[in-house]
Ligand binder design. Structure first.
Ligand code: GLC
Ligand code: CA
Length: 555
């Protein structure tokens, strides 16, 4: 595997709407990001992915773009963007944008032109089908509920949207669409962005012609996944895109890739892959049910361990994964992967240690470094997210009571991670002077950046230590490139692995339970590098791990 400049780095995702508001409208903005660059630099991150801030009606929080070349006024101006790029450069921070090109907004000029003349050239920018007898071209269910087909007003034509109806799918089969997209990508790269996180990209290739798959719910529809399994040729599009854009710019790219076929991995992220890296969603998709969130199986520490090791095995020698415990589409990692009732600063630090010591690029989501937790929604009215509203309805339709349905969405809602960043114990967690667009988690009085930055044993400072450790020349080569080798894999509630580098072996051991346990190595421990406990008992080859202790050792 070729070494790349970004391998030893640490990445951080900003969800701009919830990061920092500077003008009191309750919505975070680009100036808020500029204001906090020193915070990020001080934390030690290098690469910053910012979720969309382009012009958008915000039907899906900016993942519905009406103008790829401009900034939504709610987020700021192009002058703010230029300043952000310049200020980031001064601090040696790389800015990565969100590339949302499976679909645009129905308010995008292309869609508006299509509406004016569905049979004209812009009709070919989308998937438009004539439905004379009212029968839809296929029975796929949109990711946000309901059929993927929406009628074009005043016609018997329908357009395809695998996400919300305000997110019409772009027709990648049309070379003109691809050219327009590549032009836009190059425009941003020329402006100085370091690369892109690539949204929902697996969906760009449809299995055509449209056809039904067996219904998987009482609504008579089926998940888009059945189609995606059959679709062939997404990589042809992706290599073409990379050739025209990323490769000549040497851009950093991270794909939101789900359900890839194992044999395709090298094509995605190998030395000649179309992307630099892609997220590991193995833990995030665990326990999924075709019935929806209400029917999901929660993940246990043993499941989590298996998910991580499975990913590590499939990737060994192929490429580099981007490791996460959460993002703007997932609940908070500490609320998900730490058994209920055990979520403390100690266990949060343990989870962080595991994440950072896996092989791959650690990707933090804003607030993760503080151990921000899920929000306890008290009513569905507090939810903004389209997907959560749909899942609530799905649960209700399946016969769950409002309370039960709310409980289910509380666990998985995308809004859990989208609550405003908790900067301080001041009003609205210091996020805004106005009314925040989404409820602030009331635990901000306890969990906030200001308090944690002033307290050396906080979660924040532990993240800082992990980031520094990844860059410490004494261990960096092993942490970044060392082979990962699971150990004591079958031991309940223990996650342990070696990282074997050139002439150096590290052991990472995490005790996912309150009960202490002893682990005995076959070689003496040479050095305790980092732990989330102040004192660690080591007797010869035996180490006592306290409840939720993580230890990083050199052996
Ligand atoms: C991706 C985004 C998600 C969005 C969807 C549609 O999964 O991360 O937030 O809703 O794509 O663009
Ligand atoms: Ca604002």
């Amino acid at each position: 595997m070729q070494k790349k400049w970004w391998h030893g780095k640490v990445a951080y995702q900003i969800y701009p709407k919830s990061f920092c508001d500077t003008n009191g409208d309750g919505i975070g903005d680009l100036r808020g990001i500029i204001k906090k660059l020193d915070y990020l630099k001080d934390l030690g991150v290098d690469i910053i992915w910012i979720s969309p801030f382009y012009c958008s009606p915000l039907a899906d929080q900016g993942y519905d773009i009406s103008d790829y070349y401009n900034i939504d006024p709610r987020f700021g101006t192009m002058a703010d963007m230029d300043e952000l790029l310049a200020e980031a450069k001064k601090r040696d921070l790389s800015i990565v944008l969100d590339l949302v090109v499976n679909h645009c907004s129905d308010e995008h000029e292309w869609f508006q032109k299509m509406l004016a003349d569905p049979d004209g050239p812009y009709g070919k920018y989308f998937y438009i089908e004539e439905c004379k007898d009212g029968k839809l071209p296929c029975n796929w269910r949109s990711y946000f509920g309901g059929p993927v087909w929406e009628r074009i007003p005043g016609t018997d034509k329908y357009y395809l949207h695998v996400f919300h109806k305000k997110q019409p799918d772009l027709n990648w089969e049309n070379p003109q669409v691809r050219q327009d997209i590549y032009k836009m990508i190059n425009w941003w790269l020329d402006k100085g962005v370091a690369g892109f996180r690539i949204d929902a990209i697996i969906n760009i290739k449809k299995a055509l012609p449209f056809k039904d798959y067996p219904a998987d719910r009482p609504d008579g529809l089926c998940s888009v996944h059945y189609m995606l399994k059959e679709a062939q040729g997404v990589l042809t599009f992706l290599h073409e895109m990379a050739d025209h854009t990323f490769r000549p710019h040497n851009a950093f790219t991270v794909g939101e890739v789900f359900n890839e076929k194992p044999e395709e991995l090298p094509d995605f992220i190998g030395d000649n892959g179309c992307f630099s890296t892609m997220f590991d969603f193995n833990g995030a998709i665990f326990g999924g049910s075709p019935n929806g969130w209400y029917d999901r199986t929660p993940i246990t520490p043993d499941d989590y361990k298996r998910c991580c090791f499975e990913s590590q095995r499939k990737i060994e020698g192929v490429g580099f994964l981007a490791n996460i415990i959460e993002n703007h589409d997932e609940p908070r990692g500490v609320s998900r992967y730490i058994p209920q009732g055990d979520c403390t600063e100690t266990s949060k630090k343990m989870l962080a240690a595991v994440l950072f010591m896996l092989k791959g690029l650690p990707f933090l989501f804003q607030g993760q470094e503080l151990g921000m937790e899920n929000l306890d929604f008290t009513s569905i009215d507090e939810v903004d997210d389209v997907s959560t509203l749909d899942e609530y309805q799905v649960a209700r339709n399946a016969g769950l009571s409002p309370e039960e349905a709310l409980k289910a969405v509380n666990v998985y809602s995308r809004d859990n991670a989208r609550t405003p960043f908790q900067w301080s114990a001041e009003k609205n967690a210091g996020f805004t002077e106005g009314t925040p667009w989404l409820r602030v988690n009331p635990n901000y009085v306890r969990i906030n950046a200001e308090e944690q930055m002033g307290r050396p044993d906080s979660v924040y400072h532990f993240y800082k230590k992990l980031i520094a450790l990844r860059k410490n020349p004494r261990y960096a080569d092993t942490i970044v490139y060392g082979r990962l080798e699971p150990v004591w894999e079958d031991v309940h509630n223990l996650m342990a692995f070696y990282r074997r580098g050139e002439g150096q072996t590290l052991l990472v051991a995490a005790n996912f339970q309150n009960e202490p346990r002893d682990i005995t190595l076959d070689a003496p421990c040479r050095e305790l590098i980092l732990s989330n406990y102040e004192n660690t008992e080591i007797h010869g080859n035996t180490i006592r791990l306290q409840g939720y202790q993580a230890a990083i050792l050199r052996i």
